[in-house]
Structures are given as C-alpha cells and as structure tokens.
Design a binder for this molecule. Sequence first.
Ligand code: HEC
Length: 118
Amino acid sequence: MLSYTWPSLLAACILCTLNLGVADLSAQSSDIDRGKAILQQKCARCHGIGRTDESHHPQAPPFRDVVKRYPVEDLAESLAEGITSGHPEMPEFVFQPDEINAILAYLDNLKHPTQNDP
Ligand code: HEC
C-alpha cells in the first residue's frame, strides 16, 4: 500500500470509480488512506484531522468532533456543494465524487476507534 506511487493510486481510484459507480460507499482501506491524504493536504493546516492532534487554527474544530456532531451524509453534501459557511478565511473547496467517497471513508473510520486504524 505505502509503496504505491501517487499516479498509480490515482489511476486505480479513477478506474474503480468508473467500474463501481460513485454510489458505492463501502469503505475500502485504500479509500481511507486516500481520504486522509486529501484532508492532510487541504484541511490539516487548520483542522486536527486525526484522533489526537490539535487544530492549528484555534477556532477550527478537529474533525473527530465534527463527525460526532454531524451525520457523515450531511458532510458529503457540503463537500459536493462547496464548504463555505463558517469559513470566512478559507478558499472554497469543491470535491469530486470519488474524492468525497475517500474523505467519507476516512471520516467514518474516525468514528470507529478500533477498526482499520490508518
Ligand atoms: C484556513 C483555515 C481552514 C482550512 C484550510 C479549513 N478549515 Fe474548516 N473551518 C475553519 C474554521 C476557522 C472553522 C470554524 C468556523 C466557525 O465556527 O465559525 C471551520 C469549520 C469547519 C466545519 C464546520 C464545523 C461546524 O461545527 O460547523 C467543517 C465541516 C469544516 N471546517 C471542514 C473543513 C474541510 C473538509 C476542510 C478541508 C477541505 C477545511 N475545513 C479546511 C478553518 C479552516
């Protein structure tokens, strides 16, 4: 898994999205890893994204708290439409369906402490 290069990982994700359709929300551990990578890249400079890390931005809630407050499906909608509310300082993020699948897999996993810990 860790030996995958980014291009091959991306190609695999695009292929599996085409094959399985974006409605398949069953969490694969490769999705979880990819979701974590996306959040690390785009969100981690403000939000805590893991189980114990602090948010760098004092007002940004760590995602482990966000997932307790909101159903993951609600977050999916925001991710697809663009997260703007509550983010005055932040560029608008809009994610593609395959990226959303990966992010949700990661966030969902965050709620289950013992399962597939990335
Ligand atoms: C520039 C800093 C910054 C970045 C980058 C950032 N956020 Fe935020 N985010 C915030 C702040 C600050 C808040 C709290 C705003 C408030 O409460 O008014 C917030 C709030 C949120 C909330 C709402 C929590 C709630 O309780 O309403 C969600 C969901 C969220 N962010 C998701 C994300 C995601 C997903 C990313 C990456 C794609 C991201 N954020 C990147 C600063 C950031």
